[in-house]
Write a protein that binds this ligand. Structure first.
Ligand code: HEC
Ligand code: HEC
Length: 227
């Protein structure tokens, strides 16, 4: 094969690579700004493990996949969200927790901020086992609400904040995919009454208040099957 011919395709290839690199770089400024990284958060999963996998495990499972639907799965949840919830369960200066739970308010009281960050790092690093939608009759409604909301009553799509697969978006938007139907339903109902009011700017309260029981059940069941 003549030398020039062997040389030509290679140089064309590198030209193509160059062009590609340039296109990627050129489109960079148009990308939406990346979400701000949590600057203060630092936790150590290995340091959190001894307590998380024993004390917390009694209800949340050793790897954060709770055996009972009353106790939310923590596995694979974003560390920043887990830490925020623990802070919210702790009594504030006035002796009142921002998120009320007869169980968790007591559970978390003894632990320091550093330990809570370690627990958060530990559970965030575990793999969630996932779940499944169980009610065929409502899955269509659940999917519609999740993906599109209901414009007729100003209900935004859950996907808009929690992502198309329910994976959430750190640091503010929690993962909700694969969570127990019963837990999701209970949270939506406490957001609706305002009993749970630790959501920034009432984001979830304003949504839940527009939802009927039937819609809450449908979307909660659909979310259980998201992964
Ligand atoms: C006796 C059972 C029990 C134990 C032990 C327990 N939890 Fe919980 N936890 C719960 C329940 C129940 C909830 C849901 C509370 C609610 O409905 O608002 C919860 C909720 C949470 C949440 C919020 C999850 C979310 O998705 O918003 C976090 C974070 C959490 N627990 C962390 C821990 C950690 C860390 C420990 C160990 C130090 C622990 N829990 C021990 C029962 C328990
Ligand atoms: C405007 C943004 C936004 C939209 C839209 C939204 N959420 Fe949320 N959601 C949030 C935020 C922020 C939180 C975390 C609140 C906190 O910090 O405690 C949250 C928390 C939740 C939780 C609690 C998770 C847990 O582990 O306790 C559930 C369940 C939930 N959302 C379900 C939904 C459903 C269902 C929809 C659609 C009907 C929806 N969300 C739409 C912003 C949103």
């Amino acid at each position: 094969m003549p030398r020039t011919l062997r040389f030509l395709p290679r140089s064309m290839l590198s030209l193509a690579t160059l062009a590609l690199t340039f296109t990627v770089q050129a489109s960079e400024p148009n990308k939406p700004a990346a979400p701000a990284k949590p600057t203060v958060y630092q936790g150590d999963a290995a340091r959190g493990q001894p307590i998380a996998a024993t004390v917390c495990a009694a209800c949340h499972g050793p790897d954060g996949n709770s055996p009972l639907s009353a106790n939310p799965k923590l596995a694979g949840q974003h560390a920043a969200y887990l830490f925020k919830q623990m802070q919210n369960f702790k009594a504030n200066a006035e002796g009142k927790p921002e998120r009320v739970s007869a169980i968790m308010n007591g559970m978390i009281a003894a632990f320091t901020e550093e330990q809570m960050k370690d627990f958060a790092a530990y559970f965030a690093a575990q793999k969630q086992t996932g779940g499944e939608a169980k009610n065929r009759a409502t899955v269509e409604l659940g999917q519609k609400l999740y993906r599109a909301g209901d414009a007729s009553k100003g209900l935004p799509a859950c996907a808009g904040c929690h992502g198309p697969t329910g994976a959430g978006l750190p640091a503010q938007y929690p993962r909700i995919a694969g969570q127990f139907t019963e837990y999701t339903e209970a949270q939506l109902k406490t957001f609706r009454t305002g009993e749970r009011a630790n959501d920034p700017n009432k984001m979830m309260q304003m949504i839940a208040v527009k939802m009927t029981d039937a819609e809450i059940s449908a979307v909660a069941d659909y979310i259980a099957g998201l992964h």
